[in-house]
Write a protein that binds this ligand. Structure first.
Ligand code: FAD
Length: 379
């Protein structure tokens, strides 16, 4: 690696999703110089169900980034349907809000810019090396520029080429899941999040800002391959659920081509890798049916920011920074991730899903407990 450094900060954050943006705001608020590298330009769409648990509200308020000016939808009820159409409903104790990532990420980016965070947009990190002698990182960008920082946060999402460069174990296994997202206009209660199951997958539907709805589903690459195209998959598989058939028949699609991602892995990961503190999906992705990934990304960001702050102030040395962060991260999220994987396994084949929903509809206490186990408290 060439050591000519063009920019030096206290912290470099790789990736500007919710983990990266909130960590940047948090660290800048604590007085640190932060550079965030994001390979895209805001605003942009992402594959995401866009339902955010209310547990993040106090944190966003402390960061001066309450999303209320964006007019998010207030969501307080859950409906789950089996592939054949059988449903269960439940009140959501804490509830959440619906907001597009297009609007939310842009909003946080503007707030972080105003707080003094330096953004490198349209820039890709290609390599991160820890220089033990200098006790700092060298971060290489595509095109040859280099950054230096005492701490690097890896907030680059579920799977990226940097994982290969860091030789992370989960990267060697392929994941069978793909995700698809549209925005829709349709007649549907704005306070309800619906989770409709179909063979080998499930689709979430909930309101976002401006009277629009987010429609997002997870299925397998194999299902998509078998049916040849997204329209065929939707007609031949999703459309067998009568609730989804109604969505397709009665809604207007607000952009022509859907957003699609693949290689969505729920495999356990490590939260410190070669001295880089991972947060958000880079540290671990909860199954989307839990609707908690964004809250976890922000919660992980504040844990990383707090530990980083202590290290930069000289209160702890690097090994204590790394073990302290790992311990806190595991304590906060490990059980949630495990329950999420287990809940997803209940929604496997159509028969099992139908039986589970048929049973749970008469056990509201169990449904409430499952929601509680896959969410955190306000932080
Ligand atoms: C189908 C699906 C539905 C979901 N629905 C919900 C939901 O309804 N509610 C919920 O709470 N969660 C949901 N989630 C989970 C949620 O989307 C994620 O947990 C959350 O977006 C994680 O944020 P993040 O900041 O970790 O990563 P991301 O938002 O993925 O951000 C990572 C960023 O890093 C950038 N990047 C990557 N590599 C580099 C590099 N080398 N250099 C520079 N930049 C780089 C990327 O461009 C990206 O902007 C869903 C997930 C899926 C797959």
């Amino acid at each position: 690696m060439n050591y000519s450094v063009v920019d030096r900060s206290d912290v470099v954050i790789v990736g500007g999703g919710l983990a990266g943006l909130t960590a940047a705001l948090d660290l800048a608020q604590r007085g640190w110089q932060v550079t965030l590298v994001e390979r895209r330009h805001y605003p942009f769409h992402r594959v995401c169900g866009e339902y955010v648990s209310n547990e993040v509200r106090p944190y966003l308020q402390r960061l001066g980034a309450d999303p209320a000016p964006l007019n998010p939808a207030a969501i307080s009820r859950l409906l789950v349907s089996a592939p054949g159409g059988r449903t269960l409903t439940a009140a959501l104790a804490l509830g959440g809000f619906g907001i597009s990532r297009y609007a939310l990420d842009e909003f946080l980016y503007q707030r972080a810019t105003a707080r003094g965070v330096t953004f490198r947009l349209g820039a890709t990190v290609t390599d991160v090396q820890f220089d033990a002698a200098a006790d700092e990182f060298r971060v290489a960008l595509a095109g040859g520029e280099q950054l230096a920082a005492r701490v690097v946060l890896g907030a680059y999402g579920k799977r990226a080429t940097l994982d290969r460069q860091l030789d992370r174990a989960f990267f060697r296994q392929r994941s069978p899941f793909v995700g698809v997202k549209y925005h829709l206009r349709l007649d549907f209660p704005a306070d309800l999040i619906a989770l409709h199951n179909f063979e080998d997958g499930y689709a979430g539907l909930s309101a976002i800002e401006d009277g629009r709805y987010c429609f997002c589903y997870l299925t397998t690459r194999e299902q998509l391959r078998r049916h040849g195209s997204i329209p065929a998959l939707e007609a031949e598989v999703l459309g067998r659920n009568p609730h989804l058939q109604r969505v397709f028949a009665e809604s207007e699609r607000l952009y022509t081509a859907p957003e699609v991602i693949n290689e969505i892995s729920f495999a356990p990961k490590t939260c410190v890798e070669q001295h880089v503190l991972m947060c958000g999906d880079a540290a671990g992705l909860i199954t989307p049916l839990c609707g908690n990934g964004m809250a976890m990304a922000m919660h992980g960001a504040t844990l990383a920011a707090g530990h980083t702050d202590g290290f930069l102030r000289g209160q702890v040395v690097r090994p204590a920074l790394e073990t302290g962060y790992t311990r806190d991260w595991q304590r906060t999220f490990a059980q949630r991730l495990q329950v999420g994987r287990w809940v997803q396994s209940l929604f496997g084949g159509p028969r099992l899903t139908d039986a589970v929903i048929g049973t749970l509809r008469y056990a509201p206490g169990v449904v409430r407990a499952l929601v509680r186990q896959t969410h955190g408290s306000a932080f």
